[in-house]
Each structure stands twice: as structure tokens, then as C-alpha cells.
Ligand binder design. Structure first.
Ligand SMILES: [Zn+2]
Length: 183
């Protein structure tokens, strides 16, 4: 794991950054990391953007959050859904959660596997599969898990200025959530 010094562990409520205490982001961290007993919710309080990766499972109560899952927690192509959660779902807080060993880093290294898998498993023509990869890989490549979440956080703060957006990280080694330090 590169850049672990950019992560802030949350082992007690005191580790939750003050700006997120008493907010749905702080609650998520308490539920997931600190085994806070579940309250009941009749509407969503939070929007979570997280990767589609299968290794992650969040501990939180029913009805607490909308979740948009996409490769690398990239919400650039999910903006209508973000707007829906805010405009209709009335959430005012977003937790953007990256994770280590993300498949959306260095996609080019998966090119051969990607194309061959589509040909053999999905019945695609090789040319179509190659074109598909070449067209979309640059859009979905995130470069670095931590830096991507920080830049996506900045982008979303500009786009939705009254919404609180927290850059978080999920370590697949311990299944805990961390803050990503913002400089
Ligand atoms: Zn991922």
C-alpha cells in the first residue's frame, strides 16, 4: 500500500475529524469502525460513492444511505444519480470511499485479460472488444486510489457547494474505513 501516511485511522470517536462529528459521515464511521448500535432511519442521511469491488462491505443500518458503486468510486459518469440523491433524496452529505488494490488503477495492464475475457465469456468479436477497451479505459482509469479520491472530492465540492463531501478510504486488509488527509 503506497501513501499509507495519507490515511487517518479511526479507532475512537475522538479520531473523527471535528468537521464531520455529529454528521452522517461521522455516524458512518462510528457504525462501520466503532460498532455503534444501529439507530433506525426512515430516510437516507448520506450518499456513499464507492467502488464496485467485491471485497468491501459496509456495516450500517438499513435506510441510512444511498450507495452508488462504480469502478474506483468514480462519480464523473454518475452525476445524475448524485443530483437525484441530493435533489429528491434530500441528502446533504457525501462519503466518497476509495480502496487499496483497486482494479481501476493501471487498467492497461489488464487489457489482454479484459479483451480475451469478453471474447471467450461474452461472445464478443475481438475487434469490438479491443475498440471497447481502447475507448473506455482512459475514461475509467483512476491513476492512484488516494489521489483520485482527493481530486474527485474537490470536483464534487465545486459542483455541489452546499454539500459536505468527505474523502474516505477502505483498506481491504483490515476492512476498516480511514480518512484521507487533505493538505
Ligand atoms: Zn476498486
Amino acid at each position: 500500500m503506497k501513501n499509507p501516511d495519507k490515511l487517518i485511522a479511526i479507532n475512537s470517536v475522538h479520531d473523527i475529524l471535528p468537521v464531520y462529528r455529529q454528521t452522517p459521515v461521522g455516524l458512518l464511521l462510528e457504525y462501520h469502525n466503532l460498532n455503534r448500535p444501529y439507530e433506525s432511519f426512515d430516510k437516507a442521511e448520506l450518499l456513499i460513492g464507492m467502488c464496485m469491488d467485491n471485497r468491501k462491505h459496509l456495516h450500517m443500518p438499513d435506510n441510512f444511505a444511498f450507495i452508488i458503486r462504480s469502478g474506483g468510486a468514480n462519480l464523473r459518469y454518475s452525476e445524475f444519480k448524485v443530483s437525484f440523491a441530493i435533489g429528491v433524496g434530500q441528502v446533504r452529505h457525501i462519503a466518497l470511499i476509495g480502496h487499496n488494490n483497486c482494479g481501476m488503477v493501471n487498467l492497461i495492464s489488464r487489457q489482454k485479460e479484459f479483451i480475451e475475457g469478453l471474447v471467450s465469456s461474452a461472445g464478443w468479436e475481438r475487434d469490438r472488444a479491443e475498440e471497447h477497451f481502447e475507448h473506455f479505459a482512459p475514461m475509467f482509469e483512476i491513476g492512484s486510489e488516494i489521489d483520485f479520491i482527493l481530486s474527485e472530492t474537490k470536483r464534487l465540492r465545486l459542483r455541489y457547494p452546499k454539500i459536505q463531501i468527505a474523502p474516505l478510504f477502505y483498506l481491504v486488509d483490515d476492512n476498516k474505513l480511514y480518512f484521507i488527509k487533505e493538505s
